[in-house]
Design a binder for this molecule. Structure first.
Ligand SMILES: CCCCCCCCCCC/C=C/C(=O)SCCNC(=O)CCNC(=O)[C@H](O)C(C)(C)COP(=O)(O)OP(=O)(O)OC[C@H]1O[C@@H](n2cnc3c(N)ncnc32)[C@H](O)[C@@H]1OP(=O)(O)O
Ligand SMILES: NC(=O)C1=CN([C@@H]2O[C@H](COP(=O)(O)OP(=O)(O)OC[C@H]3O[C@@H](n4cnc5c(N)ncnc54)[C@H](OP(=O)(O)O)[C@@H]3O)[C@@H](O)[C@H]2O)C=CC1
Length: 243
């Protein structure tokens, strides 16, 4: 990855931080964004001088587009910023649905549009983080499952439209980050992990390694693919987070 520039969204915590650290370790120059400067500062402390942090809300279209345009050539874009709240579909208001759809799909699409010129110049690569098997439905995450299925479709569509740019949709199952721990009680996470065919979660290091591999060119014969990094959980009965 030496000499290559990567942008990682949500780089101040969890998966985004692990990805940023791995890319720096492999020689890339990494720009990390997120809303909380103190979280980004901790990633910067761990990463060293080849990591540059910029506080940015990816839902702020004007700021995000200006920032990405300013980067110029871009070898790798990792769209990792995302999240949702767990609620039954009947309890999700219009504003709630819009907030989750925006963060996980529409803002991501806008960032991709802003990055298109820089990615095309570089013959770059994109890794869009999604969620395992959203097309099967996830009770308690109707808004997020819809947005995440949209990411897979967006990834495939842009792979057709943007020749020379490789796009991947990487969909983890359960990764035991602090973020997921804040959203789901331990017993729900344990139940999901126990019903996974491999009987295990996916580690942060594994997600980071997959992003690094896809970003390095190992998979350059591939574009538009959905890769489910979930221990096979997408193969079994669709998940329910509501009991
Ligand atoms: C088949 C097998 C598949 C296996 C898959 C198994 C599943 C694996 C486990 C799940 C994996 C997921 C992991 C992760 O995503 S890790 C990241 C964890 N962290 C988060 O997700 C937190 C992120 N959430 C947020 O940052 C915010 O909630 C969000 C950005 C989404 C919204 O914030 P915003 O500030 O924009 O929104 P507001 O607070 O202004 O609220 C907007 C409207 O939304 C309503 N709302 C908010 N929270 C709730 C709630 N809990 N329930 C219902 N409604 C909610 C809020 O009321 C506002 O609407 P109204 O104005 O109409 O009231
Ligand atoms: N952990 C898991 O089991 C799984 C996670 N995922 C997905 O992987 C991604 C990372 O998850 P994880 O590391 O576990 O969770 P985190 O909550 O730790 O990561 C989310 C990151 O996104 C950033 N972020 C959120 N909203 C914005 C915004 N509007 N603008 C810029 N940055 C934002 C957050 O930083 P800040 O708040 O400072 O802005 C945070 O760093 C998410 O998209 C998540 O949904 C998918 C499948 C499973």
């Amino acid at each position: 990855m030496r000499g290559r520039t990567a942008l990682v969204t949500g780089a101040g915590t969890g998966i985004g931080r692990a990805v940023a650290l791995r890319l720096v370790e492999l020689g890339a120059d990494v720009v990390g964004v997120g809303r909380r400067p103190e979280r980004l500062a901790e990633t910067a402390r761990l990463a060293g001088e080849r990591f540059e942090a910029t506080p940015l809300d990816v839902r702020d279209r004007a700021a995000a587009a200006a920032f990405v345009a300013g980067l110029g050539r871009l070898d790798l874009l990792v769209n990792n910023a995302g999240g949702q709240f767990v609620a039954p579909a009947a309890g999700i208001s219009r504003r709630g649905f819009d907030a989750v759809a925006d963060l996980n799909l529409t803002a991501l699409a806008a960032l991709l549009q802003a990055a298109r010129a820089g990615l095309t110049t570089a013959g770059g690569r994109v890794v869009n983080l999604s969620l395992s098997a959203p097309d099967r439905g996830i009770a308690g995450l109707a808004h997020s499952a819809a947005a995440r299925a949209g990411i897979a479709a967006l990834t495939r569509s842009l792979a057709r439209e943007w020749p020379g740019v490789r796009l991947f949709c990487l969909a983890p199952g359960t990764v035991l980050t602090a973020g997921v721990g804040d959203e789901l009680p331990p017993e729900v996470l344990a139940r999901i992990v126990a019903t996974t065919p491999l009987g295990r979660d996916t580690s942060l290091a594994e997600v980071a390694e997959w992003v690094a591999a896809l970003g390095s060119g190992v998979a350059d014969a591939v574009s538009g693919a959905l890769i489910e990094l979930d221990g096979g959980s997408g193969l079994v009965s669709a998940a329910s987070l509501t009991g």
